[in-house]
Design a binder for this molecule. Structure first.
Ligand code: ZN
Length: 554
């Protein structure tokens, strides 16, 4: 059989135990035809075969980002980027320059603003922002997107300057003067300001309500959204990603991706969940089953339900077993009670769907594990591969339960404080010294038999998978007596290939380079195995192939 594409002179890491390393990969149609030495690969050459010389760079199975947000991420590519900005003056400069460059924007949006963007002790208020920009609505998001800070005019226009009653876990922080102080915690507090952008907020529906655009988008709006999604997909292709697990979702996003697929423009394989919120009745899950029945191909699928059980550590909205180290008497407020969650999990599991739950504090992780256990008791054991997202703190008693219940630990190498330039504070003080050993505990969970998968949670962190792999292999301890959580390069790559495929029940089709597997391949500019781990970020994708088609070339 002849090949359409042959990649030669590569350091191929196949992730396949029977032949871990190779030089060349031959592709026929949308399948891998051959992996092995360059000479044998070239025997599959025909006149029209495209030869890609990898020039000694690493060749990997197409990378899988197992936790990200396509629509919000794509929308944000154009926002003011505040990563690395510190101090009032720097913030002032950045915001003013951005505002001048966007004279028509109805809402100016900044992102990646550290909780300590002013200083280690001073929190941002609307008054700081008013001093920078008093006359145009402005909002900026923390890297985790769970907290935002808005100026007075934005709060006023959104109708929340005097506060508003919100659901559990959400908060408009109030000042001593009885007015909103500027800090907004979680979606219900943030959405009124976010709505001022005029984009119709369609990009956030999969996160904020799990519902569909109302009224339905006009054809122009639909086309506009397609251009946004395409921008996001191009961002993925450029970073060598050939598959993604979205962690927000509704039917609308599947329809957008379906439209792109019909035009031959779906350049990565996508999985989109139904997002179940705590205000929904369990009967709403019928829609999850419908989405999954309608979309189940190798290119576009649903098949799972996403939920949030808590918030984040930095705003004290993550749910802990014991008090926050820096806030006595407070453990956070779960978005679902133990009983509610168990009921919903049992119902989802009964439908044969996978579950993925955001749980950051050890109390939230426990609620989720309890729910998975209840589902298993009620419905009987099956290969459910339910997942928990983030697990920033885990209680030691719960560590063995991941193996016992077959729960996948979905973790993000860029997230630990200290990683990728993230400040240690306030997070490490919130967690408290006694819990450091159980924080972002990748190896502790792995050693206890948990199945791990890695991702970035883009746009929470930079989507760059190579940088994420670097963070995984170079993880630094916060104190000498803590366990070493560094990953081997093989484990980190597996977290982006084989483990991602396993997580979506596709280990027989992707995640490895082997005859008969889907032709998803990422070719890199350098050799990951001989590069100093601290310099891995210098390696970039030069070719990305999805389903046998070149979707990116440097
Ligand atoms: Zn997420």
């Amino acid at each position: 059989m002849s090949a359409d594409i042959i990649i030669t002179n590569g350091r191929v890491i196949t992730m396949d135990e029977t032949l871990p390393h190779a030089e060349a990969v031959a592709i026929a149609g949308n399948k891998i035809l051959f992996t092995g030495d360059t000479l044998s690969a070239l025997s599959h050459r025909k006149a029209s075969t495209r030869i890609i010389d990898a020039q000694g760079g690493t060749v990997l199975p197409g990378l899988i980002e197992a936790h990200m947000h396509l629509f919000p991420g794509a929308t944000e590519i154009d926002n003011l980027q505040l990563q690395g900005v510190h101090g009032f003056q720097a913030l002032e400069q950045a915001i003013r320059a951005y505002a001048a460059s966007r004279p028509g924007a109805r809402l100016l949006i900044g992102q990646q603003a550290d909780y300590t963007i002013l200083s280690d002790i001073e929190r941002v208020t609307r008054r700081h922002l008013d001093r920078i920009i008093p006359d145009r609505p402005f909002i900026m998001f923390s890297p985790d997107h769970h907290t935002a800070w808005a100026n007075t005019i934005a709060l006023e226009k959104a109708g929340i300057l005097k506060g508003r009653k919100l659901g559990p876990g959400n908060e408009i922080v109030m000042g001593d003067d009885g007015l909103a102080a500027g800090e907004l915690r979680e979606g219900e507090a943030i959405n009124p300001v976010q709505s001022l952008s005029g984009s119709g907020n369609r990009e956030r529906l999969g996160l904020s309500t799990g519902g569909e655009p109302e009224p339905p988008p006009t054809p122009e709006e639909f086309e506009y959204d397609l251009t946004v999604i395409k921008r996001g997909l191009a961002h993925l292709a450029k970073h060598g990603l050939t598959s993604f697990h979205n962690m927000d979702g509704n039917l609308y996003q599947l329809q957008l991706l379906e439209a792109l697929e019909a035009r031959g423009e779906l350049t990565a394989r996508g999985r989109i969940p139904f997002h179940f919120k705590n205000f929904m009745e369990v009967s709403a899950l019928e829609k999850a089953s419908e989405m999954s029945a309608r979309y189940h191909s190798d290119r576009l699928a649903s098949g799972f339900v996403k939920l949030f059980v808590d918030g984040v550590l930095d705003s004290w909205t993550a749910v802990m077993v014991e008090d926050y180290a820096d806030r006595k008497g407070w453990v956070g407020e779960p978005l679902f009670t133990r009983k509610q969650f168990a009921k919903v999990a049992t119902e989802i599991d009964k439908r044969g769907l996978q579950i993925a739950v955001h749980a950051i504090g050890d109390g939230a992780v426990r609620i989720v594990l309890d729910g998975y256990e209840a589902a298993r008791k009620a419905n009987g054991p099956r290969d459910s591969r339910h997942r928990i997202e983030h697990i920033e703190v885990v209680h030691p008693d719960d560590i063995p339960r991941f193996r016992e219940l077959g729960v996948i630990a979905s973790m993000q190498p860029p997230h630990p404080p200290g990683s990728q330039g993230l400040p240690l504070e306030p997070t490490v003080s919130r967690i408290g010294r006694d819990r450091w050993a159980y924080s972002y505990a990748w190896n502790t969970l792995r050693d206890a038999g948990a199945h791990l998968v890695f991702a970035t949670d883009w746009p929470v962190s930079d989507i760059n998978p190579i940088r994420s792999i670097q963070s995984a292999v170079t993880r630094k301890k916060w104190a000498d007596d803590l366990p070493d959580q560094r990953q081997t390069l093989e484990q980190a790559i597996s977290g982006y290939t084989r483990d991602g495929a396993f997580t979506e029940f596709k280990e027989d089709r992707k995640g490895r380079l082997k005859h008969g597997m889907l032709a998803d391949v990422t070719v890199l500019s350098g050799d990951m195995e001989t590069t100093d781990p601290e310099a891995l970020h210098e390696i970039v994708p030069i070719v990305t192939i999805t389903d046998g088609k070149i979707v990116y070339m440097a």
